[in-house]
Design a protein around this ligand. Structure first.
Ligand SMILES: NC(=O)c1ccc[n+]([C@@H]2O[C@H](COP(=O)([O-])OP(=O)(O)OC[C@H]3O[C@@H](n4cnc5c(N)ncnc54)[C@H](O)[C@@H]3O)[C@@H](O)[C@H]2O)c1
Length: 426
């Protein structure tokens, strides 16, 4: 079924995305390229696929539709699952991947450049497949499954959550006592956030910013907003490219860490006046506001890599500026009322996915191995877990690390019997 325009009536613009043979071929090449660099995930799938453990199971995915995601989805199909998916954001779907997946019998409801209404419609289409397990990135699908009356009786066994922003939201559902199935927080696995959030976002943010602006990073003052896993990765990569890094933080420990890592730390009220490039990485709302934007230098460039488009006041930039012009793909020039020109990447949505292709495959192989193994874990243990949130079981996390080392041909040491004895002697 070519899901993304099978029963879409009023909004879908057929001329924008066609499942043309050309698009499918491009998507297939991208899928193959990613797959050939995702040994960890391939090995996990190969280990499991003989017994088709997901036969009879429908999986509903709400993930950025990238080449790496296509390897996960095709892998789930190989394990026997029926797969339905939608994008994790209105602007992050790669159409050739959506077309390729649709050509492979996966139910796809995703295309690049959706309105918020269209995005919501796509989530509903996936839920209409009555998925057994949901895999979410940002919790939009889980929130709908919990709070939209239409879906309150869906017999969902459990769900997994990919990102920090989704973890925050699903924890809020649990705190309200409203969680109605178990959720595994894949983001909390060491082999996920320490690598995907840090190295994956670090590299793909540079990629997105460079594609959007193609300016020199060396010599620029780059303001990294938030020094969590994503912020650390972004700061160290930009530093490596020669930028002078300024960090803004609200957590004293993280601010101290940034300071000791050799970066300047200051409040946004100060940073906004001297920064050349701004990268928001907080998962928090309104970290770059109107009063900051109005004080920025001529030519300042802003973008966001936090999950939601709430970190920069994009509405002020795009609606209240004297003029707005797209000067390069994914780069809007906004002429402010004070006459200064400032720039916004990807309308304030995930710059690394909107202006580039998201994380490289090697790192997504780790995240998605955690996903597949967590899906299997839910299938076997959902009754035991109950309506609770859990982190990825340690044995899965460690298995992914072992697989990753093996895939990269890295050998490590083992404790000697004497060392084990010493450790246990206290
Ligand atoms: N773009 C991507 O591909 C991608 C990948 C992974 C995660 N994410 C998203 O990136 C965001 C950050 O994720 P993370 O794992 O780094 O989270 P994190 O919790 O490790 O870090 C967030 C940091 O932001 C800081 N912060 C909060 N409010 C702030 C403010 N007003 N000013 C300055 N700093 C502030 C926090 O103190 C914290 O240190 C989340 O929304 C997450 O979902 C995006």
């Amino acid at each position: 079924m070519i899901g993304f325009y099978s029963d879409w009536e009023s909004f879908f613009v057929l001329s924008k995305v066609k499942t043309s043979a050309k698009l499918v071929k491009e998507g297939k090449l991208s899928y193959e390229w990613a797959k050939s660099h995702m040994a960890i995930l391939n090995n996990t799938i190969s280990r499991l696929k003989k017994s088709k453990p997901l036969k009879g199971v429908t999986l509903g995915f709400c993930l950025h539709i990238t080449k790496e995601t296509s390897v996960l989805l095709m892998g789930a199909k190989e394990l026997g699952a029926t797969v339905a998916c939608c994008g994790g954001n209105p602007l992050t779907t790669q159409d050739n991947i959506a077309a390729f997946l649709a050509s492979q019998g996966i139910h796809v409801y995703a295309w690049h450049g959706q309105s918020v209404k269209e995005y919501d419609w796509c989530i509903q289409q996936v839920l209409n497949h009555k998925p057994t397990i949901l895999t979410d990135d940002g919790a939009d699908m889980n929130v709908k499954a919990h709070f939209d009356k239409k879906y309150k009786d869906l017999p969902i066994l459990g769900a997994t959550e990919e990102t920090t922003a989704g973890v925050t939201r699903i924890r809020a559902v649990e705190n309200q006592g409203k969680l109605r199935y178990p959720v595994i927080l894949v983001n909390e696995a060491y082999t996920k956030h320490m690598f995907d959030n840090r190295y994956g976002t670090g590299q793909s943010t540079i990629d997105g910013y460079l594609r959007a602006m193609n300016l020199l990073l060396a010599s620029k003052r780059t303001v990294v907003v938030g020094y969590g896993w994503v912020g650390r990765g972004v700061a160290s990569r930009c530093h490596g490219m020669g930028s002078k890094i300024i960090v803004t933080e609200v957590d004293p420990v993280k601010a101290l860490e940034a300071h000791m890592d050799g970066f300047e730390v200051m409040p946004m009220a100060q940073a906004c006046k001297i920064g050349d490039i701004f990268i928001t990485c907080t998962g928090m709302t309104s970290v770059i506001r109107k009063e900051h934007i109005m004080q920025m230098k001529e030519g300042a460039i802003m973008g966001n890599v936090g999950h939601f488009d709430v970190e920069i006041d994009a509405e002020f930039l795009l609606k209240k500026s004297k003029s707005v012009k797209e000067v390069r793909p994914n780069l809007d020039e906004c002429v402010l009322k004070n006459g200064r020109r400032v720039y916004l990447i990807g309308q304030g949505r995930l710059a690394n996915l909107v202006a580039a292709e998201g994380h490289p495959p090697e790192v997504m192989a780790q995240s998605f191995s955690n996903q597949i193994l967590s899906i299997m874990y839910i299938l076997k243990n959902h009754k035991k877990i109950g309506n609770k949130i859990i982190t990825v079981p340690e044995e899965i996390d460690r298995q992914v690390a072992v697989d990753a080392l093996k895939a990269m041909d890295v050998k490590m040491d083992k404790l000697t019997p004497e060392q084990v004895k010493y450790m246990n002697s206290w």
